[in-house]
Design a protein around this ligand. Structure first.
Ligand code: FMN
Length: 236
């Protein structure tokens, strides 16, 4: 069913404006053991899918995994990671090699995360423990696998990224929180096999959605952004 252009306001939507919505959103990596009300995920996805896309192609699929299949996938991912298994990824996420200027941002984000959970730089086991949380979708009530058809190039990924952000903000607007899980893109073959997906389904990332656990130290992770003049230029 097509979504009307201006969906009726949803009762549970918290009062917010865009500056507050975008300004307050953060990646959340610990959730309450509390399910989403029935129909919430579907509504969030329909709102996210209002994102624009080139020629309105609307690339990308969202697969919610639950119960046994979710458990099997988490176990298989942890096992592959502990075995040090490596697979070719479906797409290149990060620049290879990573230039020093970007590496600094990556390190700062990692430091913010490990500082919040009290893991020291030299504590390899502690970092591995936190990394493995990715494979459990941080125990969020909603675990999504995001795929895109192999025929899409950079434009399709760009469009899908808008939908992903729309989904994060739609969740935030309803008092929910989320975290993208790019770590899953390291095991595309394993994910396809476990979920019975086809070779055309490229594994883009995962996403965790739920109610943030306000007590969890990991949710105190705060990242910064570079200054405007580093990414904005005005030419006359
Ligand atoms: C597509 C995508 C994939 C991500 N993958 C991971 C991940 O695998 N593990 C993780 O802990 N955070 C992941 N993140 C969260 C980023 O680390 C986070 O967005 C970034 O550090 C900025 O912090 P903020 O979201 O709290 O503003 C991902 C974010 C996006 C958008």
């Amino acid at each position: 069913m097509a979504l009307p252009l201006r969906p009726e306001p949803v009762e549970s939507v918290l009062p917010c404006n865009f500056a507050a919505l975008a300004g307050d959103r953060r990646s959340v990596r610990a959730f309450q053991d509390r399910p989403l009300p029935a129909g919430t995920l579907e509504r969030l996805l329909q709102l996210a899918r209002r994102a624009p896309s080139g020629a309105n192609l609307q690339p990308g699929r969202f697969i919610q995994i639950e119960g046994g299949i979710r458990g099997r996938l988490s176990s298989a991912l942890v096992e592959a990671c502990r075995d040090g298994r490596q697979e070719p990824e479906d797409y290149g996420y990060f620049p290879q090699p990573m230039p020093m200027s970007l590496r600094r941002r990556q390190v700062a984000a990692a430091q913010a995360l490990y500082r919040a959970v009290g893991v020291a730089r030299e504590d390899r086991a502690g970092r591995d423990r936190q990394f493995e949380r990715n494979f459990f979708f941080f125990d969020a009530p909603v675990a999504l696998i995001v795929t895109i058809d192999r025929e899409f190039g950079a434009g399709g990924y760009m469009d899908l990224g808008m939908t992903l952000y729309g989904l994060m903000l739609a969740a935030q607007a309803e008092g929910l929180a989320s975290c993208g899980i790019g770590a899953l893109a390291s095991y595309p073959g394993l994910i396809r096999r476990t979920l019975g997906l086809g070779e055309r389904d490229c594994i883009v990332c995962g996403m965790a959605i739920g109610y943030a656990d306000p007590q969890a130290p990991v949710n105190e992770t705060v990242t910064t952004r570079c200054e405007l003049d580093e990414y904005f230029t005005r030419l006359r």
